[in-house]
Ligand binder design. Structure first.
Ligand SMILES: [Ca+2]
Ligand SMILES: [Ca+2]
Ligand SMILES: [Ca+2]
Length: 192
C-alpha cells in the first residue's frame, strides 16, 4: 500500500516534469493588410497570401492556409472579406504560450508572372498578456524604414484555460491545485 507521503511525492514529480500543462484556447481574427509597395508598371497590387501559417514555439503547425483569394487592385485589403480569413481562427496555444504567424505576400499580374512582394516571419501573438475572455488588437509594421512598408492588423483573444489553470494567459494555478500540496504550490514549474 502506497503511503500518503509517497502519493504527494509522485504528484510533485509529475508537475516538475511538466506533465500537467498550462494551456488554453485562443482565437485570431485577421482584420487588415496594408502595403505601400509599387506593384509594377500599372502599380496594381492584386494581393494574395501564399501561404499563411500559425505555429507554436516548437515549429508545430497549428493552422495553415496554402492560398488565399486574390484581392483586385488595392493596397489595402479588408481581410474579413477574404473568403479563407473571414471567420476567426481558433487554436490551442501551448504551455509556453509561443504562437507565431508567418505569411508570404504575392501580387497577381495577369499579363506576366506573379511577383513576390514580401514575407513576414514569426510575428508573435502575445496570448500571455491577456486574461481569459479578453481581446486585444495589434497593428504590426513590416519594415518601417522603407517607403514600401506594410502593416498587418489582427485581433487575438484568450477563450478559456485548461482545468487547473486560470488568470492572465492561463498562467496561474487554481486553489484546487494548490490544496493538493497543503498550501505549497509547485505549479511554478509550469508557469511562464
Ligand atoms: Ca506586379
Ligand atoms: Ca498586379
Ligand atoms: Ca510580374
Amino acid at each position: 500500500m502506497i503511503s500518503t507521503a509517497l502519493t504527494y511525492r509522485y504528484i510533485y514529480i509529475s508537475l516538475h516534469q511538466g506533465q500537467i500543462r498550462c494551456r488554453g484556447a485562443g482565437r485570431i481574427q485577421f482584420l487588415r493588410y496594408e502595403d505601400y509597395k509599387d506593384c509594377g508598371e500599372t502599380n496594381d497590387c492584386d494581393i494574395y497570401f501564399k501561404s499563411l501559417v500559425i505555429r507554436d514555439g516548437n515549429d508545430n503547425t497549428l493552422f495553415k492556409i496554402d492560398l488565399t483569394t486574390t484581392t483586385k487592385n488595392t493596397n489595402t485589403v479588408n481581410l474579413t472579406r477574404v473568403e479563407e480569413l473571414r471567420d476567426p481562427i481558433t487554436i490551442h496555444f501551448p504551455t509556453n504560450k509561443t504562437v507565431t504567424i508567418s505569411l508570404k505576400v504575392w501580387d497577381n499580374d495577369h499579363q506576366n508572372s506573379d511577383d513576390f512582394i514580401k514575407s513576414w516571419t514569426n510575428v508573435v501573438v502575445p496570448f500571455s498578456d491577456l486574461e481569459a475572455n479578453e481581446t486585444a488588437r495589434t497593428k504590426i509594421s513590416h519594415s518601417p524604414l522603407t517607403s514600401e512598408n506594410a502593416y498587418l492588423t489582427f485581433e487575438y483573444s484568450v477563450l478559456s484555460c485548461d482545468d487547473g489553470y486560470t488568470g492572465r494567459g492561463c498562467n496561474y494555478c487554481r486553489d484546487k491545485v494548490h490544496s493538493y500540496f497543503h498550501g505549497s504550490c509547485t505549479c511554478e514549474y509550469t508557469n511562464f
